[in-house]
Design a protein around this ligand. Sequence first.
Ligand code: ADP
Ligand code: MG
Length: 240
Amino acid sequence: TRLIAERSEKFAAMGRMGAAVAHEIRTPLTSLKLFLESVQDLARLSAEDQEDFRIAMEQIQRMEGTINRFLDFARPREPVFSEIDMADLVASVVMMIRPLANRQECALHVHTEENLPPVTGDRPLLSETLINLIVNALEATPDHGTVTVSATTDHFEKEGVRTPCVRIDVKDTGHGIAEDRVNTIFEPFFTTKASGTGLGLPLVLHTVESHGGSLRITSKLKEGTTFSVFLPLNFSEPFA
Ligand code: ADP
Ligand code: MG
């Protein structure tokens, strides 16, 4: 399966509508949480009731988490551009994620080309993009698998225009993505995980596009998947 992901207006419209709903839910949810907290202090609860309380609070926190992540997704901030050394960024993200890889005894390899030219980008947004892709790769990969992150110089072509860029590949030896799923995985809230949010990839795509870049997926069922992020070296157009 090969796909070059592109933005869809449908997602943008869903995002705007969802943001309005999320706001409406967040406010009463916060009062509910505060109310429960104060009741918990006042009422002398049996151990069993304490446990029910704890579960209720946990569920509220989960809802809050979902709503906050959704709002981040629906109203992503504008990138603030500066010169980014992707080799350095990859190294710091991998260092952060390594414990997660170790836990499932998954090998996490890094290859960065020497003297990689800087890209024009937003460091926190690009870090978040890489984290999303690497965590997805680990989650798709069975124990003792391998995830490889590489950074090289490359280019992409669009409408006959050749754009020099830094290319970041996140390659896994996981379960792969079925051909007919490759578009679906970019839909907000689409997840195949018990506790997934389905908001990682739509955000990844948004960030890559706001950097004037391109996202490509190569996947084979039961063999693995590679997400390739192409980031232009000299991006100067403001994101429309
Ligand atoms: P989440 O990780 O919360 O499920 P994402 O938007 O990050 O949400 O991913 C959406 C879905 O895309 C995942 O649930 C999974 O089914 C699929 N997916 C993402 N990355 C990979 C990968 N590297 N290999 C296989 N499937 C993947
Ligand atoms: Mg994810």
